[in-house]
Design a protein around this ligand. Structure first.
Ligand code: CTP
Ligand code: MG
Length: 236
């Protein structure tokens, strides 16, 4: 049971306010994206990886010229305006350029999530491989969740927390279905912040696979310190 991996890595990292996109910031001995890729490069189920990269990205070029030069089966596709555009470009590259079959399972994982653990990848693959509707890593919400009144920013009501989950990545689906769902969602101008939301709008109901809450997305400066801690902890 094999799969392909798509890594959207074409964001600018505006909220990180660093001198370069966050996926290229140093983190425990290498760059963020090298940690992210490592989890898949070593995985026996992974046939190959397509990374969506901004046009003329000098940092990716530097990595491929140096540390990544010996990696086989790592391809690049052009990044797009939004994350979903980048993912769709990579999926199209898989289908059209690499001629990967539409029934093949694809895992989409943010470049900015370097703390993904091998056990979580294995769990997602085990539970998701036979799921035609898809599967995603997620964690149950722990805080009390408030719904705000739209204009006043006062509490309208408290959401029922039971049954609420944080969506993480990787998110897994069949190549052809995910292409169709993302294409449809983008054409309709729907908000697609993850793959599952496109699948949902297509009438599919991916399964939630409980993952490790340490699989954080590096978004703001403080997240780097947290990721450093988690990676050091994992190395010991
Ligand atoms: N991403 C992408 N193409 C885009 C936008 C985002 O491939 N047009 C990628 C990012 O590189 C990141 C992942 O999608 O790995 C998650 O997006 P996010 O955390 O929002 O990253 P950025 O868009 O880079 O950050 P910001 O929103 O703060 O600018
Ligand atoms: Mg963004």
């Amino acid at each position: 049971n094999k799969c392909w991996v798509v890594i959207p890595a074409a964001g600018v990292g505006a909220r990180m306010q660093a001198d370069r996109p966050k996926q290229y910031l140093p983190l425990v001995g290498k760059t963020v994206i090298e940690h992210t890729l490592a989890c898949f490069l070593e995985h026996p189920a992974v046939v190959g990886i397509v990374v969506a990269i901004s046009e003329g990205d000098p940092y990716w070029a530097e990595l491929t010229a140096t540390t990544l030069s010996e990696w086989e089966n790592v391809y690049t596709a052009p990044g797009g305006r939004e994350r979903a555009d980048s993912v769709l470009n990579a999926l199209d590259y898989l289908a059209n350029t690499l001629q990967v079959n539409a029934d093949t399972s694809v895992l989409v994982h943010d470049a900015a999530r370097p703390c993904l653990s091998r056990p979580d990848v294995d769990k997602l693959l085990a539970e998701g491989m036979e799921e035609t509707a898809g599967a995603i890593l997620a964690v149950p919400v722990r805080d009390t969740m408030k719904r705000a009144q739209l204009d006043t920013q006062r509490i309208a009501h408290t959401e029922e927390r039971n049954g609420l989950w944080h969506a993480l990545t990787p998110q897994m689906a069949r190549l052809g279905v995910l292409q169709d769902a993302l294409t449809h969602a983008l054409q309709m101008g729907l908000s697609v912040t993850d793959e599952a939301s496109a699948l949902e709008q297509f009438g599919l109901h991916p399964i939630l696979v409980e993952g490790d809450a340490r699989n954080i997305k590096i978004t703001r400066p403080a997240d780097l310190a947290l990721a450093t801690f988690f990676l050091m902890e994992a190395a010991n």
